[in-house]
Design a protein around this ligand. Structure first.
Ligand code: MN
Length: 200
């Protein structure tokens, strides 16, 4: 069994695909050219943002309660969650009550990223950087732009608590309210929910 399949086992286990509209795991596992990143705003029992990075054919994922900041002084807690399939990057809609993560999901930002660490240019060594607990990346999204670092709080690779921090560069901002609509549909969370209800 490939690593990709194994790492998505938990994703599949947590969901009943006859009851949720989220994408099941398929064979298509990597983008052709650029590595993908996505931020999904998720109104579940607690509002949070899901930050996902394409690494080795899957989306490595973190739940970020306060969302990403463009301000280097604002360190954001990011709790690592199960890997998601690449197709999840374009998932926007509602997850029905009674299912894992029930609530509304919006594609808040999407784009590509590059790795800044010189020794981790190859795809496979991204996994090593993750294992070592530090990854420096450059995001090219519609709302988020510039260098970010993800640092694990503990040395143990099983620890799920990370900090997600804007690095100091020309794109750092001290304060800016970011647009709160979907970059795919232009909808707000309320509109996504409303439209999903209409469809039934
Ligand atoms: Mn979530």
């Amino acid at each position: 069994m490939s690593n990709e399949k194994k790492s998505l086992g938990l994703y599949t286990k947590k969901r009943d695909f006859t009851k949720t509209s989220e994408p099941p795991v398929t064979k298509k596992t990597r983008s052709k050219k650029n590595l993908l990143f996505v931020v999904q705003k998720h109104q579940a029992s607690q509002l949070h943002y899901d930050f996902r990075l394409e690494v080795d054919g899957v989306l490595k994922s973190w739940a970020v309660p306060k969302g990403l900041s463009g301000n280097p002084a604002q360190k954001r807690l990011a709790v690592q969650t199960e890997d998601h399939p690449l197709a999840y990057a374009y998932f926007e809609g509602t997850i029905a009550q009674g299912n894992y993560g029930a609530g509304v999901v919006m594609v808040w930002d999407i784009g590509t990223y590059t790795v800044l660490q010189k020794d981790t240019k190859k795809r496979c060594s991204l996994l090593d950087a993750l294992h070592d607990g530090q990854i420096e990346i450059f995001l090219k999204g519609k709302k988020l732009y510039g260098a970010y670092v993800l640092v694990r709080l503990q040395r143990l690779s099983s620890d799920t608590n990370w900090l997600l921090i804007k690095m100091r560069d020309e794109y750092a901002k001290t304060a800016k309210r970011m647009n709160n609509r979907s970059v795919l549909s232009g909808k707000t969370l309320k509109q996504i929910e409303h439209d999903a209800k209409k469809k039934g």
